[in-house]
Design a protein around this ligand. Structure first.
Ligand SMILES: Cc1cc2nc3c(=O)[nH]c(=O)nc-3n(C[C@H](O)[C@H](O)[C@H](O)COP(=O)(O)OP(=O)(O)OC[C@H]3O[C@@H](n4cnc5c(N)ncnc54)[C@H](O)[C@@H]3O)c2cc1C
Length: 582
């Protein structure tokens, strides 16, 4: 018997799919019933999962990718929503057709596609506030977007309004006294490259630098923003003097740890769900003159982790990161975050290639500051004492700016191999014996080409007590490590993407069992149960904060809340609220 709209709505929502009534009506009238039932038969046969598990079931993942495809057909066919011609005048540029809308349908992950009906490039905070007011009145979903380097549609808004914050990228002020009170105030759409360049003109630097500077200030504060030095000083969320925020009610508020601190806590690390950050006041400090890098190659994960942990926990260097790659000559000789090669002897490389069991090698980078306030706090790294493969460690020096502007492997990979979907798993693994065992088991199981598509696999250490936003979920261990399984789906078919996403969730269940957590610019499930599990005891606070800062659910489309355009006129009270109930 054919299912009615409500039955489809219940089925899809139970599977974590953000389907609205309008969308279902369109699908029902444009897709032959047998085709629809065929596509979703696995859900119809009761395979959508119980909702008790924190993660997606295999069938839900398949179904959500199929739904996105149906929605693409709908977007091509539907007229623009009724609210679009009613958008007010903005000082910034408003785009309602063309290539920019298609661009805003995608992110770096290229897994989920959600095309907005309009993109606003705001000129100033007033534009952001007016856009929010409009969206409240019309029940339109709105998403702030930085450089869209997340991989799970976190900044997308199907048939809604996207605020392309890159248009707000000015340095508003930069005060430099070379002491403790240097800072810059910057518009939140600026990339960290803009901040670093402006700071370096005065010999200064922000305290935390990410491994890629073409990510926005507002985007990383909303996600976390760890960097090479997170094992002793936390994240970009922890080094802020003040933020300017437009809340989901359209109010412009300045907040800090002392002023409006509840909002300050609510907006850091919460994906723009309670407000849009429009400005950030960031402390600056004297930059090191240069850095001394040591890179070492290991065939044993355990030996690499020995050095990684000792250098992090005893703070024996200033910057640390590592990555795993397929065992081959190129992985051994290539400088990390670069295409240059290291001057290793052929005999050492050949010996490593024949002695290393398994399919992986692990490269570790330890970096000492030279000059600046942190120089001299420990002896320089002695590469001859590392547990790496014989003859496979080298050191060299670089200027600070040159170091910061290196290109991380994910970007290099896209440049050389072309764009592909990246269904990513990013997690915080406790730095303890359980964490080590988990990583050892996973690297024994995973094949670099077959399971990750040779996408990069990254490690960064973090000291958990340095991270201050109360809603940012981390393991309880003193140290943990960021483990980024940045898989590449090649071919990028829905089947291959779903297969990799399912494996991500199975790995994540094992990470949860040992007290690990998720870092969420990756490709997470979209079910409410996933998000409830993620926030755990904090969930009720999250729900209350939403009622306070975004009562109309304008900033939905994550945390299992789905914001849809209601496509109604402001005076029409008959339509239900735009977002799913948390
Ligand atoms: C090559 C590469 C390197 C990366 N390196 C790092 C790294 O070193 N450290 C790290 O922590 N992460 C890193 N990431 C992960 C992640 O993409 C970033 O943490 C962050 O999302 C990037 O900022 P963005 O400008 O691209 O934000 P987007 O991906 O555009 O947005 C991220 C989230 O923040 C929201 N948002 C965007 N702007 C605002 C705003 N002004 N106010 C409120 N909410 C907003 C969006 O709606 C979305 O939910 C990297 C990703 C890639 C692809």
């Amino acid at each position: 018997m054919a299912m009615d709209t409500q039955e489809w709505l219940d089925l899809l929502n139970a599977a974590g799919i953000a389907a609205s009534e309008e969308e279902i009506l369109w699908v029902l009238s444009n897709t032959p019933a047998h085709e629809l039932q065929d596509r979703f038969k696995i859900l119809l046969s009761g395979g959508q999962g119980t909702g008790e598990k924190p993660t997606y079931q295999r069938n839900q993942i398949h179904a959500s990718l199929i739904w996105d495809q149906l929605m693409q057909r709908m977007e091509e066919d539907q007229p623009e929503p009724e609210w679009v011609p009613s958008l007010p005048e903005f000082a910034g540029e408003l785009i309602t057709a063309g290539e920019a809308l298609e661009m805003a349908a995608w992110d770096f992950g290229k897994v989920r596609r959600r095309k907005p009906a309009a993109v606003l490039r705001p000129a100033h905070t007033g534009d952001v506030a007016s856009a929010i007011q409009f969206c409240r009145e019309w029940g339109v979903g709105l998403s702030p977007r930085g450089f869209a380097h997340s991989a799970g549609a976190q900044m997308q808004s199907r048939r809604g309004l996207v605020l392309d914050m890159k248009s707000m990228s000015k340095i508003c002020s930069l005060e430099s006294d070379y002491g403790e009170s240097s800072f810059c105030e910057v518009e939140a759409g600026a990339g960290w490259d803009v901040v670093l360049k402006a700071a370096m003109e005065k010999g200064l630097t922000p305290p935390i630098v990410t491994d890629w500077l073409k990510v926005s200030v507002g985007g990383t504060i909303s996600m976390g923003g760890f960097g090479f030095m997170s094992f002793w000083r936390g994240t970009q969320m922890d080094h802020l003097l003040e933020l300017e925020v437009v809340t989901g009610t359209g109010e412009v508020v300045r907040c800090s740890s002392e002023q409006n601190s509840e909002l300050f806590d609510a907006v850091r690390g919460t994906h723009g769900k309670f407000g849009i950050i429009t400005r950030a006041k960031i402390p600056l400090e004297p930059a090191p003159e240069k850095v001394r890098l040591v890179q070492a190659c290991y065939g044993s994960l355990s030996k690499m982790l020995d050095d990684f942990e000792v250098y992090a926990q005893e703070r024996k260097t200033d910057l640390i990161h590592a990555f795993a790659a397929e065992k081959n000559r190129e992985s051994i000789v290539t400088k990390m975050n670069s295409t240059e090669t290291l001057p290793f002897e052929d005999a050492s490389i050949d010996a490593a290639l024949s002695n290393i069991k398994g399919e992986w090698v692990y490269n570790l980078e330890l970096v000492d500051f030279i000059g600046g306030p942190h120089d001299g706090q420990h002896p320089r790294v002695d590469e001859s004492a590392l547990k790496c493969e014989p003859g496979l460690a080298a050191s060299w020096e670089l200027g600070w700016e040159e170091f910061c502007f290196r290109i991380p492997p994910l970007v290099l990979e896209e440049q050389y191999r072309g764009a592909a979907p990246h269904p990513e798993l990013c997690s915080w693994v406790p730095m303890d014996s359980d964490g080590r065992k988990l990583l050892t088991d996973e690297f024994e199981r995973l094949h670099p080409e077959g399971d990750t598509g040779n996408g990069p696999v990254l490690f960064f250490p973090l000291k958990t007590d340095q991270v201050t936003p109360p809603w940012f979920r981390l393991p309880t261990s003193e140290y943990c490590l960021f483990w980024g399984l940045l898989r590449r789906a090649d071919p990028g078919t829905p089947e291959r993407i779903a297969e990799l996403m399912v494996d991500n969730e199975e790995i994540f269940e094992r990470i949860l069992e040992i007290g690990g957590q998720r870092y969420l610019p990756d490709t997470p499930p979209e079910t409410a149960s996933f998000w409830k599990c993620h926030f755990g005891p904090l969930w009720q606070k999250i729900v209350r904060s939403r009622m306070r800062w975004d009562p109309d659910g304008v900033l939905g489309s994550s945390f299992g809340w789905h914001s849809h355009s209601r496509e109604r006129k402001p005076d029409d009270d008959s339509t239900p609220p735009s977002s799913g109930t948390p």
